[in-house]
Design a protein around this ligand. Sequence first.
Ligand code: ZN
Length: 238
Amino acid sequence: MLNRKEKKQDLDGLKYSVKEDGRARRIILTVSDGKVEVTKPPYVPVEEVNKFVGSNRDWILERLREQKKVWGEMSPGVKLPYRGRRLVLKPFVIGCGQIRIDYKDGVVYLYLPRSISEEERQERIYQKLRWWYRKRAREVFTERLGHFAAIMNLKYNRLRVKDQKTRWGSCSRKGNINLNWRLILAPSSVIDYVIIHELLHLKHMNHSADFWKDLAGFLPDYKLQRNWLKENGKKLTL
Ligand SMILES: [Zn+2]
């Protein structure tokens, strides 16, 4: 288990935190988001960590300078909207490789190669984030569609994740369901409302009284979600 006990250290003005981790086999140094973190195995004394940080001082300062330059005011602690929550964005500058994103436990790790020029950076980061959101949207929508289609005993043909300004979802006569990727920025209950709404169009191709009656059967508080979308839909953007 990760030991959450964290010790703040200050080595001649260089601030860093030390965490103990029973799984760590060596001292691990990370510089991210303008912060320096050291993870150490429990048996390694703090003095040894301080020595380690001291001998890597120039490297750490260089990374901090570099991150400040790359991220400017975006750093530290950018929060990304996601399913009604806020994810923490942790940027890392890497020596080589492709720009990439890892996601784990509410943290989005963004790895930005040094080779991407300063002028290109913001655009490339934005592009990559959009790509990531659309990928997550497809995964989440597919899962929720499957879940509700089974409960509602309805079959859809295929899912298309679209990029639209005002439309949240639609259902075609062929039984294809289209969903706006921006929905992934909304709370899960709102995503579920749109999914149930579109699935129900497989049965009712209109907004008749029967449609709304059926919808209320599956989602008694659907008006809450519908109103939320009306009021906040415009804000669902990166
Ligand atoms: Zn509709």
